[in-house]
Design a protein around this ligand. Structure first.
Ligand code: CMP
Length: 133
C-alpha cells in the first residue's frame, strides 16, 4: 500500500483544525498510520524544504513552518500520494476546488493549512525525515 507524508501547518493547528482535517483523510480512505505533534526549528524547516531553496518565498516559508506546532502524519492508501494531493487541493487556496482542505481552511498561499508529498520518491524522503521507523 502506498504511503505519503502530510503536515498540518501552524495556521491550522492554531485554529484547532487537527481533527477536522484528519476526518477528511479518513473519510477519503487514507489511513493515518502515524501522527505526532511537534515543533521544528528554522534550520530543520530549511532542510525539509530545501528543494525550494532558490525560490523567493523560501525564507518566509521556513520561518512560517517553524513558527508554531505542526502535526506530521504518514497517510496510507491506494495511490496515497495522488489521493492526498487531490484532497488537499491547489497550493493557493484561491484556486482550490470546493471541499478540498485548502479551499475549506486555507487562508493564503503561505498559510495553506497542509503540506503533502508531491511524488512517491519525495514521500519516502519526507517520511524518513520525520519518522524513524
Ligand atoms: P507546500 O505544499 O507546503 O510546499 C511549499 C510551500 O511554499 C507551499 O505549500 C506554499 O505554502 C508555499 N508558497 C509560498 N509562495 C509560493 C508560491 N509562489 N508558489 C508555490 N508555493 C508557495
Amino acid at each position: 500500500m502506498e504511503q505519503t507524508l502530510s503536515i498540518i501547518k501552524p495556521d491550522a493547528v492554531e485554529r484547532n483544525l487537527i481533527q477536522n482535517i484528519k476526518d477528511i483523510f479518513t473519510k477519503n480512505n487514507l489511513k493515518i498510520k502515524e501522527s505526532k505533534k511537534i515543533k521544528i526549528s528554522k534550520d530543520e524547516a530549511a532542510e525539509f524544504y530545501k528543494v525550494h531553496q532558490s525560490k523567493p518565498f523560501y525564507n518566509d516559508l521556513c520561518t512560517y513552518l517553524s513558527s508554531g506546532p505542526i502535526v506530521v502524519m504518514i497517510l496510507e492508501g491506494e495511490n496515497a500520494v495522488l489521493a492526498n494531493r487531490k484532497i488537499m487541493g491547489a497550493t493557493n487556496p484561491k484556486d482550490a476546488e470546493e471541499n478540498t482542505i485548502r479551499k475549506l481552511y486555507g487562508i493564503s498561499i503561505d498559510k495553506n493549512s497542509v503540506h503533502g508529498s508531491d511524488s512517491i520518491d519525495n514521500a519516502k524522503k519526507e517520511i524518513d525525515f520525520f519518522f524513524d521507523l
